[in-house]
Every structure is written in structure tokens, then in C-alpha cells.
Ligand binder design. Structure first.
Ligand code: MSP
Length: 541
């Protein structure tokens, strides 16, 4: 349990230059599971889940132009598709911020004036190379190396050709904070002992390695309007707008009161976790932490960089035509099966391979066989032997094993979620499910019924009901609709009535009437062609 009793988590703000794909949905599904988990622990009003869209910059301006639209109309439309996607995927965020909102612009202007007052901003003319897709300047060192080798100057990240530019701009004195940052990253805390952790460890080492091998250059934080007008005008010059990253990062504080509501800021800042993809680690672990330090704000407690999904062994890209649409996948397999797959298949910090075969395998094995069958068999027996009324029962030695698993379950899931180890949390939830399926075989309720051993039969049916109630409760953050469907078949009106943390017997089942329904996850027989009827059922699960 965290000592500060509230949880603030953020996703990156998505660029609105193209439609969302599975990579974008990954972070938001993970954050949704995390937010729902913490709401179970702390209560809804103690959790703040922020997401949104990043709407300024060259890349967006060019995409709007290519679409023949004004940037604002263009960003309104694409920002809307992100919101729709989150609704479709059952992502229950608290605030959706757009960087074109007035309160955000106001916060960005305050950042400029505060840094200027501190002497951390200066203007200077700049000549160099710029990568528009990444919205980043190439370092002098990179350019020197490429030109000395007689190569074309390309972006070290995306490998596309960089553009040569020459202009007067404003710079943020990032270099002056380099030693501070190295120490803070090494200690996992700032000089005041406030935590500032980067996970996974390999990512932290990567940032430290970079900082030790390179001298940080000051960050160019403006763009001349002559070149780009789609941005937040700087309060220092009406000829310049704010560099898109310097604008976007500020969302993490503008959304919780920076520049507008000091009480809210005090309540929520620092963030408990910024969840990001590995490609934007440097922007967060270097630019953002230094900017906060310069502004006199606490560092984020944790920055977690997850891996990337690859398709057919390759990075997804429009040009390769291998971009996977989350809406299509969710329509085919069901929202919850999709959520489950993303969080169960690959440890959160590592890259994952997305394929329909792997998704089908998880669907058939974990969802249809393990969870679906357990529910189905348990309810069928409850109907057959007790007319659909869950019996009161005594715990036997065999059932005690299940009891121990249920009693330890919330703690195990909590420890996994504190490390964003979603796959481990799900493994922990599947343990009592697997054990309960074996328990059915071992205790052979059909024989108990035949032999009239009613007390033992009551134990089996009652114990299975306990396991399933606990499972539904713990599964809710990951697969909300499925958890509710399981609960409703168990005869539980609302999942909230099951107390958290789950405890065997704390939710007395005896006397409850079950309401067995259709199987939640009918097996997919041909991985290439899920049956239409199955799709619908799985979707409504
Ligand atoms: N706008 C910036 C972030 C600003 S945060 C203040 C941005 N946007 S993005 O739309 O390009 O990317 C958003 C996120 O999607 C990143 O975290 C990135 O890692 C993630 N992903 C993009 N493709 C991905 C995969 N194939 N797999 C997993 N995540 C991926 O960067």
C-alpha cells in the first residue's frame, strides 16, 4: 500500500496525425487496468487517470494540410477518434486533455515566464538538422559523425532524412541540470529524497549510459512562426511558438492544476507513474524531469517504459501495410479477450509479437478452457444438485488449499501491480482457477451425488462459488465486462458488493441463487475464421 493514499497515473498524449493502432491502445488498456486496480484499493476519488491528445507541431500541421483541413478542425476529428476508441475498449479515464485547450496553453505560458524569470531561457541563433516526424533536433555530434562519414544526415531514431534549418530560437538551459539528473537517477530519488524511479532497470541504465557518454545540449524550445504557426505562442516573442514536446509534457501538470488550481496541484502532483513507450523515454526521463526541477516541482515517482508490439517480425507502419486496428481485433475476439491478451502475453517492459494465432491460443486455453469451463461446470452442478441455490458448506482439507489461494490473492496481485507486472497479476488470478478445475476432477462431485454424500458435495459447490466470486472481483480491472458477466451468473447483483481485498468467506455465498447464462468464451475452432456467432458472444462478454 502506498503511504500517500492516492494514485495519479498518466498515458502519453497521442499525436493526432493518424488513427490509433494497437500500440496506442496498449498503454491505455494497461493504465485502465492499473486505475481500476487502485480504485479497488483506495476508492474512486483517490485515483486520477489522465490521457489525451498531443495536437501541435509540424507533423500535425502537415497532416492537416495534406487532408485539406484547418489544423483545429483536423485535430478535433482525430482527437475524437481516440476518445471513441477508449470508450469502445472500456477505458475509464478521469480526464482527457487536449493540448489545444485554453487551460493547457495558459500553463505552458506560465512555464515560459517562470523559467525566464529564473534565467533558464535564452535566445540564440541555431543552425542544424531537424527530424520532423520525431519533432527533434539532431545533436551536433550525430551530424558531425554522419557528415564525416560522407553519409546523408538522417534521424538516428527513425532513419528518415533530416532537414537543414537555420533560425533564431529560445533555448532552455538543460545542460546545467545534467549532474543533478545523473545523481537522481542513480539514487532513484532527488536531493530531497523524493522518489524518482525509471523502470525497467535496463531502461534506467540506458538513460544513465546516455547521460554519462554525452554532454547534454540546451534544448531548443521554440519554433519561428515563419516556419510553423501551429503551436502555443511564447510569451517572450510573438514571432515564436512553443516546441511541441515542451508544450506536450506540461500536460501532466496542466491537467492537475498547474497555473490554475494550486489546491488540485498539491493534491495530485507528483504523478505516481507516467506510463510511456520505450521510444519516448529520453523525453520523459531527461527533458521532463529537468523541466520539473527547474520549475521547482517534485519529480514523477515512477516513469515506466513499456515495450513495443511488432507484427510479422516487423515494426508496424502504414507503408508496410501491417498496422493492426484495435477496433477490428476487438470486434473479432471481444474487447476483454483483446485486453487480456495484451496484458497477459508479454511482460510489460518487453517487446511483444502480435498475431491472431497467439491471440486465438490464449482465447481457447486461458479463457475458454480454464475460466469459461470452470464457470460453466460449477454452475451446471449447482443447478443440477442444488436447484441453482448455492449451499452453505464446511471447508474440507482439499478445499483449504483453494481457501489459501483466495486469501493470498489480493496481496499477490497488489505486489505485481505495484511493479506494473500485469502478466504476473493475471498469472496469480489464474492459479485458483487452475486449482479449482483440478479440484473438480479430484473430488468427483458426480460420484458424491451418486453416493448421497451431500455434505461433501455442498463443500465442492460452495468452494467453487467462493473461488469464482474472488476471481470475478480480481479480474475486474483487467476484463471489466467479463468480471461483471461472471458475477451476474454467480447471482451477484453488483461486483461492488464483494469486499476488497478478497477473503474466503467474507462474502457469504450460501443461499444465493445463480443465474447461469451462455458460455462467455466459446472456443474458436479455426484461428483464421472465428465464427460470427462466437464473435458476438465474445464481444458482449
Ligand atoms: N505525442 C508523443 C507523446 C507525448 S507525451 C507528452 C508521442 N505520440 S505517439 O502517438 O507517437 O505515440 C504514443 C505512444 O504510442 C508512445 O508511447 C509509443 O511508444 C506508443 N506506441 C507507438 N507504437 C507502438 C507499438 N507498436 N507498440 C507499443 N506502443 C507503441 O510519441
Amino acid at each position: 500500500m502506498s503511504e500517500h493514499q492516492r494514485y495519479y497515473l498518466t498515458t502519453p498524449l497521442y499525436y493526432v496525425n493518424s488513427r490509433p493502432h494497437i500500440g496506442h491502445s496498449y498503454t491505455n488498456i494497461a493504465c485502465d487496468a492499473l486505475a481500476r486496480h487502485w480504485r479497488q484499493r483506495l476508492g474512486r476519488d483517490k485515483v486520477f487517470f489522465l490521457t489525451g491528445t498531443d495536437e501541435h507541431g509540424q507533423k500535425i500541421a502537415r497532416a492537416a494540410q495534406a487532408a485539406g483541413q484547418e489544423p483545429q478542425a483536423f485535430t478535433d476529428a482525430i482527437s475524437g477518434t481516440f476518445r471513441q476508441l477508449w470508450t469502445a475498449l472500456n477505458v475509464d479515464y478521469d480526464v482527457f486533455i487536449r493540448t489545444t485547450e485554453e487551460r493547457h496553453k495558459q500553463a505552458v505560458r506560465k512555464v515560459w515566464t517562470d523559467l525566464d524569470a529564473k534565467g533558464d531561457i535564452y535566445s540564440s541563433s541555431y543552425q542544424g538538422y531537424y527530424c520532423t516526424p520525431c519533432e527533434t533536433f539532431l545533436t551536433e555530434e550525430t551530424v558531425r559523425q554522419m557528415t564525416s562519414e560522407g553519409r546523408e544526415v538522417t534521424c538516428p531514431d527513425c532513419k528518415r532524412a533530416a532537414e537543414r534549418i537555420e533560425e533564431t530560437n529560445y533555448f532552455f538551459r538543460m545542460s546545467k541540470y545534467q549532474d543533478w539528473l545523473v545523481r537522481a537517477l542513480e539514487n532513484g530519488a532527488d536531493e530531497q529524497g523524493r522518489p524518482m524511479v525509471v523502470l525497467p532497470e535496463t531502461r534506467r541504465n540506458e538513460v544513465l549510459g546516455f547521460l554519462k557518454a554525452n554532454k547534454l545540449e540546451d534544448l531548443c524550445v521554440s519554433r519561428p512562426k515563419a516556419r510553423l504557426s501551429w503551436g502555443i505562442e511564447t510569451p517572450l516573442s510573438s514571432e515564436h511558438v512553443t516546441y511541441v514536446w515542451f508544450d506536450a509534457l506540461v500536460n501532466y501538470v496542466s491537467a492537475c492544476g498547474y497555473g490554475s488550481d494550486p489546491v488540485a496541484l498539491e493534491r495530485w502532483w507528483p504523478a505516481d507513474v507516467h506510463v510511456i513507450g520505450k521510444d519516448i523515454l529520453r523525453h520523459h526521463a531527461i527533458y521532463w524531469t529537468i523541466l520539473l526541477k527547474a520549475l521547482g516541482l517534485a519529480p514523477p515517482r515512477l516513469i515506466f517504459a513499456h515495450g513495443w508490439w511488432v507484427v510479422g517480425g516487423e515494426k508496424m507502419s502504414k507503408s508496410k501495410g501491417n498496422v493492426v486496428d484495435p477496433v477490428e481485433i476487438a470486434a473479432q475476439y471481444g474487447v476483454d479477450a483483446y485486453r487480456y491478451f495484451l496484458l497477459r502475453e508479454t511482460p510489460f517492459g518487453q517487446d511483444g509479437v502480435f498475431s491472431q494465432e497467439a491471440l486465438t491460443l490464449r482465447f481457447n486455453t486461458d479463457l475458454a478452457n480454464d475460466l469459461g469451463n470452470l464457470l460453466n461446470r460449477s454452475l451446471t452442478m449447482c443447478e443440477k444438485y442444488f436447484g441453482g441455490e448455492v449451499p452453505a458448506f464446511e471447508v474440507s482439507a482439499k478445499a483449504a488449499e483453494l481457501k489459501d489461494l483466495v486469501d493470498g490473492l489480493s496481496g499477490r496481485v497488489e505486489r505485481a501491480m505495484e511493479r506494473l507486472a500485469f502478466h504476473e497479476a493475471l498469472q496469480a488470478i489464474w492459479e485458483p482457477i487452475g486449482r479449482a478445475n483440478k479440484y473438480i476432477e479430484e473430488s468427483a462431485p458426480w460420484t458424491l451425488a451418486k453416493e448421497g454424500r451431500t455434505a461433501e458435495l455442498k463443500t465442492v459447490i460452495g468452494a467453487l462459488h467462493e473461488v469464482l466470486s474472488a476471481t470475478a472481483k480480481m479480474l475486474y480491472p483487467f476484463m471489466p465486462a467479463t468480471a461483471e458477466a461472471v458475477a451476474s451468473q454467480l447471482g451477484i447483483e453488483r461486483l461492488e458488493v464483494v469486499p476488497y481485498p478478497v477473503r474466503w468467506g467474507s462474502f457469504a455465498a450460501g443461499g444465493r441463487r445463480i443465474a447461469k447464462g451462455a458460455p462467455l468464451f466459446p472456443r474458436i475452432e479455426d484461428p483464421d475464421k472465428p465464427k460470427t456467432g462466437d464473435k458476438k458472444k465474445a464481444k458482449s462478454a
